[in-house]
Design a protein around this ligand. Sequence first.
Ligand code: PGA
Length: 249
Amino acid sequence: MTLLMANWKMQGEGGLAHHLLGALKDLTVEGCEVAVMVPFPYLARAQSILEGSSIAWGAQAVHAQSVGAFTGCVSASMLAEFGCRYVLVGHSERRIECGEDAAAVAQQALQVIRSGMVPVICVGESLAARTAGESDQVVSAQVQSILTVFESAGLTAISCIWAYEPVWAIGAGQAATPQQAAQMHAHIRSLLSHSVLEFSSKCRMIYGGSVNEDNLASFLAESEIEGVLVGGASLNSEQFSNMVAVCMG
Ligand code: PGA
């Protein structure tokens, strides 16, 4: 089932969160899944407004440890208390802005799984890597670092979401082509197929980076692309509802 996931990033102030959540609650969603990843302060509101609706909600980050003296941080079990179904880990903005490295991202994903939620593991290469023809190597290393931690943690069956988000396409107004995204999804799938871990059918591949109501259908036309992660275009309730309609086909 196609997954349409909104990522508000650090936005929603001045009544915007309330407006967007209200608009989401009123959506009719059939044959696809819609989720919204809100900033921490809006989780309680997302829970109270969306509970009982067909829209799932989640968080954009989580700490790598389960509990402790980590001022300003939020644990996976806290997010679970607020009814989150999904948690983003490894978004490039956090890898770059917050210095989260591969080891931290892998531990975060593990915390999310152990707390009964689904990690949305973001991977993607920089423009420099793409230009140098190293996209596959960069993404392979990102995926492999996660798999190694999952394997040594003794996990067996895992359901998670892999979001291919090339750094050069995020917030750029210039998305990857559907073919570029599909190729990378196939590459990630082949990495997963070589893992000793059993990935359940719930392991999905989504694309993110400048997706909007105009280009969404072209991504969904690729069988490898099972959904999208939408930043900027998710802050406009009308555009987002048009995107839901596209996903419903
Ligand atoms: P964008 O962001 O849609 O604004 O490019 C996507 C993302 O960063 O998840």
